[in-house]
Design a binder for this molecule. Structure first.
Ligand SMILES: NC(=O)C1=CN([C@@H]2O[C@H](COP(=O)(O)OP(=O)(O)OC[C@H]3O[C@@H](n4cnc5c(N)ncnc54)[C@H](O)[C@@H]3O)[C@@H](O)[C@H]2O)C=CC1
Ligand SMILES: O=C(O)[C@@H]1CCC=N1
Length: 268
């Protein structure tokens, strides 16, 4: 691929994308970064040898522009770069909640927009990214974004109306998993295990369970039943999770995330 890609907004997710592209063999002279905080810009220049430019210069030179600022900063960023956007340029928005229509209404006609929801495991090339076309994006644009995001993990095409739910499940998802991991480690400490032992036990249990899910293709309910001996320890634990309404809490949490994603599009 010989095109120029600009990443505007290089915080956690911008760096995940940048580092993934570099790991995937993208030449650094084909990449540019726009970043508001000078110390962060300097850090990325040092770490990757990438050129950090002002947003307008980067946007003017790029064929593909990844928008990786917070949803609340998107309007200002679009206002800044809109004057230099050429027809045919591809905007790839990673921002939660922001619709392709929101972006299309703020940029010149003929600019293609693709909405993307990644997650932080992209940092270790195990990301889950869902992509949706805007009203002017072509098959070639979607294929371009698939190539871009598959450098950091798995990519799925979905209709845009599913993006808020996807944000609630896989976009925010790693945080729920880490929360469960934290909770299990704390429980281990309460049960008298050294913290380091509890941490090792929980992380390997998580990785092993994830590998079983992926490699066996067996439904999670069946896998859970395999662990749950009649009258045994697991059944006792699961009864407590049901008593404490953990399943209902997960549903309420993800509905809240989905609703928050919708609200971000309204600028709140
Ligand atoms: N962190 C995550 O797990 C995920 C984040 N996202 C989305 O990615 C976007 C970025 O999120 P994070 O990386 O977590 O936030 P962050 O706060 O770590 O990074 C945002 C970066 O944008 C910079 N910035 C702000 N305004 C700018 C401007 N006008 N020009 C250039 N740089 C500017 C900030 O200085 C900061 O470095 C958000 O829209 C979020 O919804 C999507 C999926 C997952
Ligand atoms: O918390 C957030 O708003 C972002 C979007 C998905 C994950 N982090």
């Amino acid at each position: 691929m010989t095109s120029q890609t600009a990443i505007l907004g290089a915080g956690v997710m911008g760096e995940a994308l940048l580092s993934g592209l570099v790991r995937a063999g993208r030449r650094v002279d084909r990449l540019m970064v726009g970043e508001k905080r000078p110390e962060r810009a300097h850090e990325l220049e040092e770490r990757y040898g990438v050129a950090v430019l002002d947003n307008r210069s980067a946007a003017a030179k790029a064929d593909t522009i990844a928008l990786v600022v917070k949803p609340q900063d998107m309007a200002d960023l679009l206002e800044e770069i809109a004057p230099v956007l050429r027809p045919g340029v591809l905007l790839v928005s990673l921002a939660a909640g922001i619709t392709t229509a929101y972006i299309e209404s703020r940029v010149p006609e003929g600019v293609a927009v693709v909405r993307v929801m990644p997650n932080t495991p992209a940092l270790v090339d195990e990301g889950m990214t869902a992509i949706s076309p805007g009203s002017h994006s072509s098959e070639a644009d979607l294929a371009e974004v698939e190539t871009l995001m598959s450098s950091v993990g798995k990519v799925l095409r979905i209709p845009e109306r599913q993006q808020d739910a996807v944000t609630a499940i896989s976009g925010s998802g790693p945080a729920y998993i880490f929360f469960v991991v934290e909770s299990m480690i704390e429980a281990g400490v309460h049960l008298g295990l050294p913290r380091a032992t509890a941490t090792d036990l929980v992380i390997q249990t998580l990785v092993g369970s994830g590998k079983m899910l992926r490699e066996t293709g067996t439904h999670p309910t069946v896998l859970r039943e395999q662990v749950t001996s009649p009258g045994g320890t697991t059944a006792s634990a699961l009864r407590e999770l049901e008593v404490h309404k953990v399943r209902a809490a997960f549903l309420a949490a993800m509905e809240a995330a989905r609703d928050r994603s919708r609200a971000l599009a309204q600028g709140s």
